[in-house]
Design a protein around this ligand. Structure first.
Ligand SMILES: Cc1ncc(COP(=O)(O)O)c(C=O)c1O
Length: 489
């Protein structure tokens, strides 16, 4: 069954309305109330990526309608050359680790723990330490250049993610960032308010929030299905009411691997008057997202898993960021990018984050992807995901065919990240040790995902074996892994 999304400009009464021609022109910001069929939000956002549609057609799942109030920027999708695939040789040439003699013959499958660093980041880091390791933002050249490079990192990454420059800030790590944000919410919320957390998250986006219960706030848990490990948005609806101020959830769990429909979940939370905090740590390495299009109020990720240095990166949208109590020095309260980063920044690492933007731009240019920063990374995202999915499916098929192990998360590559956890009779770490004998670099344990593993009935003492890769992984490496698993499992 097909349905039409009805789009109502802000302030207009909810009557049948067909958007004016040009209402969805590229780059146009739209404040609208949308009435969408259940499950329609992600398809709607995906639909908007097409070239300036005058009306948007959605496939209905036949569920009841819900009201959402997203704030969207309509983007023109960067044109991908037909049939273009990721040039894996070009990609690997951007990572010195692949040329490193001591790593030859070893295939890296612990990328979800931390990725290799791309060449532009390494070069910028070294240049900063050699030439600019002085207090930045003073008038002398070394200082001025250092400060400019830090600003460049912030400006370029923010533009790639579809947000204003000062809506993006750097903190020591995602975990520290969520602890600071949780303090801000503790001061922001009123007695009787509630938050929603999941048991699918890495501890970083759930533990700090759960501690708000110690201060008298209600903490509600959005639970995964114990068999599949998946979060069902229908269950969230039952938890939402006018008391809920915040919903915290992962874009993608670091053990389940399924990609959650962020735009859809965000729309549900917003419709109930709640903000959202999305842990994007496990998703960002597979492609930068447009936070404006997703609608998230907070989107967090870690640069050291995304080809960069050891930094947490935080997008906080202005509407929320200026309402939350300032956690930084009082005289910086007017600066959004300083309100939730009380620690002094690691200048060199912040500056080196500009190398992540260099790398994305290099990939875009090499593959003929054009457009603005957000359009270019969107094109690169699709290339990376297509490569990952093609390599992932045979691995999933192998693992799903074994009765002796439990494959965690979906068995199909589409809609999941190549972060594959398996529960075995033996501890995950023991199997990882065996795999190392065959040139496979992988890890075992709970990966600080104790709650989801426990909820799925996995023995957290034994943990899981985790096999995670990214777009720079080659088919040969996946074949090497599959052959090693044949021997070790
Ligand atoms: C999904 C997820 N979220 C959060 C974190 C914590 O990130 P950080 O090490 O930057 O605190 C991790 C780290 O492994 C993670 O995998």
């Amino acid at each position: 069954m097909e349905a039409w999304a009805r789009v109502y400009p802000k302030g207009k009464s909810v009557t049948n309305h067909t958007p004016a021609p040009g209402a969805f022109a590229a780059g146009r910001r739209l404040n609208a109330t949308l009435i969408l069929p259940c499950g329609g939000m992600s398809r709607f956002v995906r639909g908007l990526q097409g070239a300036a549609p005058k009306q948007i057609r959605l496939l209905s799942q036949g569920c009841s309608e819900r009201i959402a109030r997203p704030r969207l920027t309509i983007l023109r999708k960067a044109a991908l050359v037909d049939g273009m695939t990721l040039d894996i040789d070009f990609v690997r040439a951007q990572f010195p680790a692949f040329e490193e003699p001591s790593l030859q013959g070893q295939a890296f499958f612990e990328n979800a723990g931390g990725s290799y660093m791309c060449r532009p980041v390494i070069e910028r880091l070294e240049r900063f330490h050699r030439q600019r390791k002085v207090q930045p933002y003073a008038p002398y050249a070394a200082s001025r250049l250092g400060g400019e490079e830090m600003d460049e990192a912030q400006t370029r990454l923010a533009a790639m993610m579809g947000v204003e420059t000062d809506e993006l800030s750097f903190g020591p790590s995602t975990t520290q960032n969520t602890y600071v944000l949780a303090r801000a919410f503790a001061q922001f919320m009123s007695p009787g308010d509630a938050i929603i957390v999941t048991n699918q998250d890495h501890e970083a986006n759930t533990g700090p929030w759960r501690r708000l219960a110690d201060e008298g706030f209600e903490v509600r848990e959005w639970k995964i299905d114990p068999e599949t490990g998946l979060l069902n948005p229908e269950d969230l609806v039952d938890l939402l009411d006018e008391k809920v101020r915040l919903v915290c959830f992962p874009h993608c769990s670091n053990v389940v691997g399924a990609v959650n429909p962020v735009a859809e979940i965000t729309a549900l939370a917003h419709a109930a008057g709640a903000f959202v905090c999305v842990d994007g740590v496990s998703y960002a390495p597979h492609g930068f997202v447009n936070v404006d299009m997703l609608g998230a109020d907070i989107y967090l990720f870690s640069a050291y898993k995304t080809y960069g240095p050891h930094q947490g990166i935080m997008v906080i949208r202005r509407t929320l960021g200026m309402q939350l109590p300032n956690q930084g020095h009082y005289f910086n309260a007017g600066r959004l990018d300083k309100r939730f980063t009380p620690a002094g920044p690691d200048h060199a690492q912040v500056a080196a984050c500009a190398g992540m933007a260099d790398y994305m731009d290099k990939l875009a240019a090499h593959h003929g992807i054009t457009g603005g920063p957000a359009e270019r990374v969107s094109g690169v995202h699709d290339l990376m995901r297509a490569h990952e999915e093609a390599l992932l499916q045979p691995l999933l098929d192998d693992l799903a065919a074994r009765n002796s192990i439990r494959l965690i998360g979906p068995v199909t590559a589409a809609g999941r990240a190549p972060t594959v956890a398996v529960a075995l009779a033996r501890p995950g770490e023991a199997v990882a040790r065996d795999l190392a004998e065959h040139g496979i670099m992988a890890g075992g344990g709970d990966f600080y995902a104790v709650r989801p593993l426990g909820a799925m009935g996995v023995d957290t003492e034994k943990g899981v074996l985790r096999l995670s890769f990214v777009h720079y992984t080659s088919r040969d490496e996946v074949d090497q892994l599959r052959a090693a698993l044949d021997i070790c499992l």
